[in-house]
Design a protein around this ligand. Structure first.
Ligand code: ATR
Length: 282
């Protein structure tokens, strides 16, 4: 019997996850299908009940349900529970268990594209939302020494710092507003990462000047549409190493795929499918 995987979110037009996972399924020749489930908020509880009833093998969760879906699950993996969000749900003998592969996917891709090792490093992170929680958690887990969290709403950055401090008491965590990015960047920064949606679909840029940054600083953006945001273009022009958002998408997906199927995913095939889909639809 064909096993069903998919993605749950709203809105969900042209999700890149569909071609990415289908390319892996075709390449491996396994009896799975990966579908897109665009579900309205008021239908979410019913949809989850149906998924259990129909024995859906697993699904990804995206905006706006990464946090709100958590109370409906039977079990939550420790990392996901500490991050406070799930992006992957696995049906384990009729029980739905939530995981988070966003942070580890980010880290794998950062290492792969730039060779960056977070151990002992200082990070300037822009944003304090769901993606920021996962990225900061992964960086601290991998040994980052300091993170400054800069956010439009400063209180959100403060809350995230306090939250992370519970799990990483020896890390140095600091919150600030978006107006101090320039001075923050100049205080010995090894990695600058944008975790907000600024720059998506070519809209907007982050008000940060790269001229004073140390030459070894890596500039990273989790936005993958376009692959080269204004933020990354400017970093390149300033001679800095960059890391784009496609790798995080691929590696979080690869990890989810392995969780559901137990099979090592064809990461390069998935990456090609993502790049093709981004060219076609975005
Ligand atoms: P996600 O789950 O994708 O991270 P989120 O939880 O809604 O989404 O978080 C979005 C993040 O992007 C937040 O840090 C948000 O800042 P606020 O906390 O001030 O809302 C930030 N963000 C989104 N749009 C922004 C904009 N136009 N300018 C500055 N920050 C923005």
């Amino acid at each position: 019997m064909t096993l069903v995987l998919g993605i749950v979110g709203h809105p969900l037009d042209h999700s890149v996850s569909v071609p990415m996972h289908m390319s892996a399924i075709f390449t491996l020749g396994i009896d799975y299908v990966y579908l897109s489930f665009d579900i309205l908020p008021e239908n979410l509880p019913h949809a989850i009940g149906q998924f259990k009833k129909e024995n859906i093998k697993g699904f990804n969760v995206t905006i706006p349900y990464k946090e709100t879906i958590m109370p409906y699950l039977d079990d939550i993996d420790e990392r996901a529970s500490r991050i406070g969000a799930v992006n992957t749900i696995d049906n384990e003998n009729g029980r739905l268990k939530g995981y988070n592969t966003d942070g580890t996917g980010y880290l794998t891709s950062l290492r792969e594209q730039t060779g960056f090792d977070p151990r002992g490093k200082r990070v300037l992170m822009i944003g304090a939302g769901g993606a920021a929680h996962a990225v900061a958690y992964a960086l601290l887990e991998a040994g980052a020494r300091h993170i400054t969290i800069a956010n439009r709403t400063r209180e959100h950055a403060e809350v995230l710092c306090r939250h992370l401090g519970v799990y990483f008491p020896s890390a140095s965590l600091q919150s600030t507003g978006m107006d101090t990015l320039d001075s923050e960047g100049r205080t010995q920064t090894d990695l600058v990462v944008n975790t907000t949606s600024i720059g998506m679909k070519g809209a907007g840029d982050i008000a940060m000047d790269f001229t004073g940054l140390d030459r070894h600083t890596v500039v990273s953006d989790i936005v993958y549409n376009p692959l080269e945001t204004q933020f990354l273009k400017r970093a390149l022009r300033a001679g800095l190493a960059i890391h784009d958002g496609a790798g995080m998408l691929v590696h979080q997906g690869a990890e989810s795929f392995r969780l559901w199927t137990g099979i090592r995913p064809p990461v390069d095939v998935m990456r090609q499918a993502v790049l093709r889909a981004l060219q076609e639809h975005h």
